[in-house]
Design a protein around this ligand. Sequence first.
Ligand code: GDP
Ligand code: MG
Length: 304
Amino acid sequence: MNNLGNENYKSGFISIIGRPNVGKSTFLNRVIGQKIAIMSDKPQTTRNKVQGVYTTDKAQFIFIDTPGIHKPKHKLGDFMIKVAQNTLKEVDLVLFMVNAQEGFGRGDEFIIEKLKEVNTPVFLVINKIDQIHPDELLPFIDEYRSRFDFDEIVPISALEGNNVERLLELITNYLPEGPQYYPADQVTDHPERFIVSELIREKALHLTREEVPHSIAVVIDKMERKENDVVHVMATIVVERDSQKGIIIGKQGKMLKEIGKRARIDIENLLGSKVFLELWVKVQKDWRNKLSQLRDFGFREDEY
Ligand code: GDP
Ligand code: MG
């Protein structure tokens, strides 16, 4: 299910930013499918989250929401921008989406200022090209290019699908090697899933007195509510070395048992249900664990 053993597999985190109505949701819907829209409609006021997961046999794209990048309109504004900026730092790629029908605006300027402060690769995605004459495209590109050194500039129509495949190919080139974090058939991630993985990770770090590095990851392989209202969670703790695996499992499996017990209690409190938790440990050498870096979630505007 998880492609953890495949050395050449790529995976990474991608943030789509841009002014309202440029077509971010339309693009995500086209790439990921219908379900994401339902997920996105849920107001999620306290946490950043995974918006959608797109899986091919070569790569897994995890789209991360970037709350509050564009408008500091209330007192949480500065904080939210800080959070957004941290997210931009930690993702593998930023897609800055603009509307081909509109000229460069103040909102864009604000975003570009923020982009200048991070080293993450940035694509300029010019959406709605179905609405303009091809001759208008070059001056449009020049206007943006003079303001920022984009890694790629890709005109698309999210609505009609033009050039979307090409964009996905280019994205794949920029993703690092990494595991398939989510099962291939999973398109959306419940925010709870992320929190559950963090609860398990926290117990593992705490109980081993941080003898294992913070870079360990917890991948939720399965999380489902059974008819009797018990939530079954299957999770894999991913470590980088055999020695770390030994520490996590402990003598006669005692450590893993204790991690599971404590995590289960917290998860039960979180979900308000009985939980059946099954934990596995796996060694995956040398991979950067972006999930753990992204655990500092922030506030979210109900924009998507
Ligand atoms: P968001 O606020 O950035 O998420 O923008 P939405 O995805 O909600 O799109 C805003 C509007 O633009 C909707 O009416 C979409 O149908 C429309 N739209 C999005 N992409 C395209 C496109 O490629 N071409 C055209 N003509 N309209 C688009
Ligand atoms: Mg939207």
